[in-house]
Design a protein around this ligand. Structure first.
Ligand code: DGY
Length: 419
């Protein structure tokens, strides 16, 4: 049998479609944005040129306005729905019309810092830097045109946390699409581990809405029936912007555009307090259309520590919460706190553990001096992989693997962080 390390490398090689890595065959047969960023960290451990190529191919699908799409449909596949025709975004490379949590700059900074071939890494980051800057400018300008400090997201698929209970109320207010369709996901994975049809009906309404309005930023900002301040995106963007500035410093590439990004990041630091709830000591996502906090504890709230957006007192409080969270199930960190009534240990983002989120949460606590919490999360994560291998996500009660098998970002995080 292969060692866990060899198995992780083999998983990436098996999912390689020639320069980019599918998350897993069948269920997700294209290139996904944040999956690729995380997967590049895994490639970095045994094939550095291939790791850089992953990122370059992802940026080959960048839109003129700076957006890096959530999926690039490089080659046709019948195993996924909704495909490029439903999205209707026919750029040079067919893609979706939304983005995904922008962990790219953070991943690229880690890649530069850990590279054995630092000449190659420096060359690649220098080439990629301008594209990263354009991507971050797009986030702030397109998704926070009124300078509130908090970007908005237009789709649960953009958050990457598709059926998080944090979206329930906001999504419920979105109309259902009025045409029949056949899902493909539930032919690959047990439907009890996937979102419901009632959610897909609204996911598709939004996809159609963007297409009908020709991806017009201003129109969508003014009229989108779903607008969230998503803590996952806000936190991941914030950390990535700071990492981008550090890269710029190292390589002497900062200019007035990155200074502008630094100003936008400051605005986020000033605004984040409005997502903190004093009575429950937790950060929540906000439904922008109703101006109400979605008061359910999801792991996205803990990412504020990783982003450096929590004050010292908030970080202490979040550390206490995280410790209780860890104790509340056999393995941690459940994506929804196990004491919430909407917690479902096997249903995608309503309870299961996701390894890349564990990595981010642990990194945040480690950097803030809460090493016990960080170590505990890392140990649980290692035990999950030892128990079940490289699944898409894991049941916090049993450690059983759920969703797709032979999953790229799970294998990549194991290579980067555990093995
Ligand atoms: C899916 O199809 O489930 C993906 O999460 C969309 O990004």
């Amino acid at each position: 049998a292969l060692s866990l390390k060899e198995l992780a490398k083999q998983t990436l090689k098996d999912n390689d479609l020639g320069g980019y890595t599918v998350p897993t065959h069948g269920l997700y047969p294209f290139q996904w944005n944040w999956d690729s960023a995380i997967t590049a960290l895994g490639w970095m451990k045994f094939d550095e040129p291939r790791a850089w190529q992953e990122i370059e191919i992802l940026f080959s699908g960048q839109w003129d306005n700076g957006m890096v799409p959530h999926i690039l449909f490089h080659k046709n596949s019948e195993t996924y729905f909704p495909g490029p025709n439903i999205w209707g975004a026919n750029r040079a490379i067919k893609s979706t019309s939304i983005s995904q949590p922008p962990v790219l700059a953070t991943a690229i900074k880690e890649m530069l810092e850990t590279a054995k071939d630092s000449a190659l890494a420096t060359e690649k980051v220098t080439q990629l830097f301008n594209k990263l800057v354009e991507y971050h400018l797009w986030w702030y300008n397109d998704r926070d045109p009124q300078n509130t400090g908090l970007v908005v997201t237009y789709h649960p698929w953009e958050s990457g946390m598709d059926n998080s209970p944090a979206w329930d109320d906001a999504l419920h207010a979105v109309p259902c699409v009025d045409w029949e369709y056949t899902r493909r996901d539930t032919s690959h994975v047990d439907p009890s581990q996937r979102p419901h049809k009632s959610e897909y009906d609204r996911f598709l309404y939004l996809v159609d809405f963007f297409k009908r309005h020709n991806f017009d930023s201003q129109y969508i900002f003014d009229n989108c029936p779903y607008k969230m301040n998503d803590l996952g995106i806000i936190a991941i963007l914030h950390r990535a912007t700071k990492d981008l500035l550090i890269l710029g410093d190292k390589l002497g590439l900062n200019d007035e555009r990155t200074e502008y990004l630094a100003k936008r990041a400051k605005m986020t630091e000033q605004a984040i307090g409005s997502l903190w709830c004093e009575s429950s000591n937790y950060f929540y996502c906000r439904n922008v259309l109703t101006n109400s906090l979605a008061k359910v504890k999801t792991s996205a709230g803990l990412l504020c520590v990783y982003a450096g957006l929590a004050t010292k007192a908030q970080t202490e409080s979040l550390n206490n919460t995280a410790q209780q969270w860890i104790e509340a199930s056999q393995f941690s960190i459940a994506s929804t706190h196990p004491s919430e009534t909407c917690y479902e240990p096997q249903r995608y983002w309503r309870g299961p553990i996701w390894l890349h989120i564990n990595w981010m949460i642990a990194l945040g606590f480690a950097e803030s001096g809460f090493t016990n919490t960080a170590n505990h999360i890392q140990q649980d994560t290692r035990n999950l992989v030892l128990t079940s291998g490289y699944y898409e996500y894991f049941n916090p009660e049993t450690g059983a693997g759920c969703g797709g098998k032979n999953f790229s970002w799970t294998a990549a995080i194991a290579l980067h962080w555990l093995l």
